[in-house]
Every structure is written in C-alpha cells, then in structure tokens.
Design a protein around this ligand. Structure first.
Ligand code: GTP
Ligand code: MG
Length: 324
C-alpha cells in the first residue's frame, strides 16, 4: 500500500549491492530519528476502528507535538475531513493512508534538488544559527559533490573563532580538498579570495562557511549581508545558492529562523540537520505551509555519508512509520 519509497539520486552511479546496504542504513537512521512521532502514529492507528471525532482530536495533538505547528495541522486536518467526506472513508486505517498522501502533497514541492551545473564555479554559501550544523554539512557536501565527479573548494568564512577554521581544515583534509583560510581578516575577504581561487583553478563548486549568528543580532545580520554582496563582486550572480542550515531539534523556532534569514539573505535552500536525534521532524510541514523554501538536504548523523537529498515520500514513510 505504501510502496512509494524511491531510490535516492546519490546512489545512481555505484554498485547495487553496496547501494542497498547504504540505503537501508540511511532509511533505518531516519526511521529511528523520527521514531517518537512514528510510534505515536502507529499507536493511534494500530487500534483500528472507525474514523470519529476522538481520532481527529488525538491526531491533531500528535501533529502539534511533532512540531507540525498549528497552521499546518489545521490545514492537514481540514484536508483530511474533506477527503473523508468526498471519498466516504470510514476506517481509521484509511485515514492514515489519506494523511500520508496529504503530507506528501504538502512536502513534495520542497523536494527540489540543488542544481550546480549552471555556473562554474557554483558558489554555495551556508548560514544559520550557532551550532546548527553548517560546518559539518560542508564536510558532508564536499564528499557528496565529489561523489558526483565535481571538484570542490572550501572557504573558511567563519573568522570569529580559530577553532572554526581548524574544524573546516579537518573536513578539507578528510575529503582531500583545498580550504582557503586566512589567519585573520574578515569573512567577506576570505570568501572573495576563495571565489577568485576557484575561478583560477577551474573548480566546480565553492562551499563557503560562515559564523553562526542569531537573527536578532543585527550587526551580525548586517555582516552576513555584506558577505553576500562581496561574493557578488568577486563573481557577478554569485552566490548561486544561499543555504540556511536548521537544527531539526529547534522545533517551531526553525520557522522563525527561516523567515528572518530569508528576509536578510533571500535564502534559496534549506538543510535540516540532526534528524537522527530527538527531532520530531514535523517542522518541515510547518515550513512547507508557512514559508516554503526547498529542502535541499537532510542530515541524520555526524558521519561523512549522513547527508542526502530530501525525498518527500521517504521522509513521510519514516515520520508515519509506514512499511516500505
Ligand atoms: N547527530 C547529529 N549531529 C550533527 C549533525 N550535524 C551536525 N551535528 C553536530 O552538531 C554539532 C555542531 O555542528 P557544526 O557543524 O559545528 O555546527 P555549526 O553550525 O558550524 O556551528 P557554529 O560554527 O558554532 O555556528 C557538532 O557536534 C556536529 O557533529 C547531524 O545531522 N546529526
Ligand atoms: Mg561552524
């Protein structure tokens, strides 16, 4: 019934046996990350029975607890009631199936993959609050793009802490890619140099790290806007992608981060990290409803392979605990 899980694009080139192992590892991590929500859904619908007001009410509270948020929850419930009426559904399990379809419909528009072939170098800038997973995601993205046969260069644009530069250098060494860094200097200057170096060396992709900041820190938001303007001076049209990195554990707060960073930087894509932890995952639905921006990648761990493109069907299956 729910056999809609698709093959992820990253696996298209390699060995099929290896792919199956990697894929099942990925799915099981995602599933265990979202298990809290999936367990509640399974408990609710596992009882079977008929569709009634209690079922709707319990579903509403599960969705809100799962960080789906009031707006998206109300929207989903209204959609479900409409379908139940139109299709004359009566069984709880039919409601679960309708929920899966509605969630996929809501999330599918966010599953747009990042196109890096249109520009050379394609300059990708990462932003987000402190500790969201920017630097770690850059490490994983370097591996991901190299896996597609692309050359990558990293820009150590977090110039606030020496440790941040070293952290990026380490990811660079692990992936065997060049990291452009300066002992001192500002973020804009470092990334400007990196873009020029990438042009000179005919590199395909530049990944630019930036320091974590809260959207309420006005001077830091001004600083990152300047970083973006300076990148455009090094290469007109760049940055080609502004990725906002969100920690899935921040729940509804992620939505305010999306709004604030989008206002400041015109964010073109999101990365949702730490879906392997205690995250409830529903915030993607809240974002899809209130402020839709493509979710380019999701992260389910600290390892190099723990980042993949967002696939709506795969995500919904994990969130609702559906069988493949
Ligand atoms: N479990 C888990 N941990 C992650 C994931 N992504 C990042 N982390 C961890 O989160 C912590 C912060 O990650 P960083 O990449 O340093 O975050 P950052 O956004 O660069 O942080 P600042 O530069 O301080 O703003 C590290 O301990 C990472 O290993 C993920 O998908 N899952
Ligand atoms: Mg960092």
């Amino acid at each position: 019934m729910f056999g809609f899980l698709k093959k992820s694009p990253i696996e298209s080139k390699s060995n099929p046996v290896e792919d199956m192992t990697k894929k099942s590892g990925w799915i099981s991590r995602l599933k265990s990350g979202l298990a809290r929500t999936a367990d509640q859904i399974s408990d609710l619908f596992g009882r079977g029975g008929k569709i009634d007001d209690d079922l709707y009410e319990e579903l509403e509270s599960i969705l809100i607890t799962a960080d789906v948020g009031m707006d998206a929850t109300r929207f989903l419930l209204a959609e479900l009631r409409r379908q139940v009426k139109a299709q004359r559904l009566t069984e709880a399990l039919e409601l679960k199936e309708a929920l899966a379809h509605d969630l996929i419909k809501l999330l599918k528009p966010l599953a747009k993959s990042l196109e890096t072939d249109l520009h050379k170098p394609c300059v990708i800038m990462l932003a987000g609050v402190n500790g969201a997973g920017k630097t770690t995601s850059i490490g994983k993205l370097a591996k991901y793009f190299q896996g597609q046969g692309k050359s990558v260069l990293l820009a150590a644009g977090d110039t606030f802490r020496a440790a941040a530069r070293e952290q990026l250098m380490e990811w660079g060494a692990r992936n065997n890619v060049t990291v452009i860094a300066q002992q001192s200097g500002d973020a804009a200057a470092v990334i400007f140099d990196a873009v020029q170096a990438a042009q000179a060396r005919k590199i395909d992709i530049v990944l630019a790290d930036t320091a974590g900041r809260l959207s309420t820190q006005n001077h830091l938001m001004e600083e990152i806007k300047k970083v973006k303007r300076v990148i455009a001076k090094a290469l007109p049209g760049a940055p080609h992608e502004v990725l906002l990195v969100l920690d899935a554990n921040t729940g509804q707060n992620a939505l305010s981060q999306v709004k604030a960073f989008d206002d400041a930087l015109a964010v073109t894509g999101l990365i949702l990290t730490k879906l392997d932890g205690t995250a409830k995952g529903g915030v993607i639905a809240a974002i899809a409803k209130a402020h839709p921006i493509p979710v380019r990648f999701i992260g389910v761990g600290e390892g190099l392979d723990d980042l993949r493109p967002f696939v709506a069907e795969e995500f919904v299956a994990a969130l609702l605990g559906l069988d493949e």
